[in-house]
Design a protein around this ligand. Structure first.
Ligand SMILES: C[S@@+](CC[C@H](N)C(=O)[O-])C[C@H]1O[C@@H](n2cnc3c(N)ncnc32)[C@H](O)[C@@H]1O
Length: 251
């Protein structure tokens, strides 16, 4: 299966490297970083590594090794060029090129929502993690991403709710309870497809995976976010954009 990130790899790399992806830089990455402690002596997998920028973040924690994987072979080529000292592989998150019990920490930032079901990915990550190992991942928060959305000439609207009028059909905005494939356009011209799924599917999938939830975070924007985009800061301070799960493979 080809990734949309292959077709638009140059555009994605440009956006990643021009510092304009403020939801990543001033909200999600600091929250993910906050969940990492010393990785000294540990083998790390960066799942959905994209063009590799998160390698910089991970190596601040001095891991013994880092492997990066991603569905997009073009992004993997770019990551390999930027970080020749690490190994990168193009593959689906459900099929990792690693042997059983071979890594201590799996880091995955904003990748899980590209799968309708997380069952096969959980099984694969459970297989490659050593007992006691951690799977830290961020993904779309279902409350925000299940909302009705319209974007017209700079007017962005998201509503999750309804109008129920006497003697008329209700008008319903959004669909929280159903697993849905959504199409979207980011940054004006970056077309993507991803899945929304409710907590009512997420939590049972985690329970079935045998992973144990060690932590759950609904990150707020950092103060720097406010100085860069005060309007988006206000929204992100009240309506969750992403969420983070820390899962443990028990010993
Ligand atoms: C929003 S980007 C995040 C990239 C990087 N983690 C970051 O935060 O900059 C999503 C990434 O998920 C990758 N991806 C999408 N579907 C995937 C799949 N089925 N298996 C592995 N990677 C996938 C895309 O190629 C892309 O690099």
């Amino acid at each position: 299966m080809k990734s949309v990130y292959d077709e638009q790899s140059e555009r994605w790399i440009e956006m990643k490297r021009n510092g304009k992806n403020i939801n990543h830089i001033y909200l999600e990455k600091p929250a993910m970083k906050n969940k990492i402690s010393d990785l000294g002596g540990k083998d790390v997998l960066c799942l959905g590594v994209g063009s590799g920028e998160e390698i910089e973040l991970l190596r601040e924690f001095h891991p013994k090794s880092i492997v990066g994987t991603d569905l997009s072979s073009k992004l993997i080529e770019s990551a390999q060029l930027s970080f020749p000292e690490y190994e990168f592989y193009a593959c689906d998150m459900e099929n990792q090129p690693l042997i059983n019990n071979s890594v201590d920490f799996v880091y995955s930032s904003l990748v899980m929502h590209y799968k309708k079901s997380w069952e096969a990915t959980f099984k694969e990550i459970y297989r490659i993690l050593r007992p006691g190992g951690i799977f830290l991942f961020s993904t779309h928060h279902p409350v925000r991403w299940s909302a009705y959305q319209s974007k017209i000439k700079g007017h962005n609207k998201r509503i999750l709710g309804y109008d129920k009028l006497k003697d008329k059909e209700p008008i319903i905005y959004g669909d929280y309870l159903n697993n849905t494939k959504l199409t979207d356009v980011w940054f004006g011209d970056f077309e993507v497809e991803y899945y929304h799924k409710p907590f009512g599917e997420i939590i049972p999938e985690i329970i079935k995976s045998k992973f144990v939830i060690a932590d759950f975070v609904e990150p707020k924007p950092t103060k720097q976010f406010e100085s860069i985009d005060p309007k988006a800061y206000k929204v992100n301070n009240k309506i969750p954009l992403f969420m983070i799960f820390e899962l443990i493979k028990q010993s």
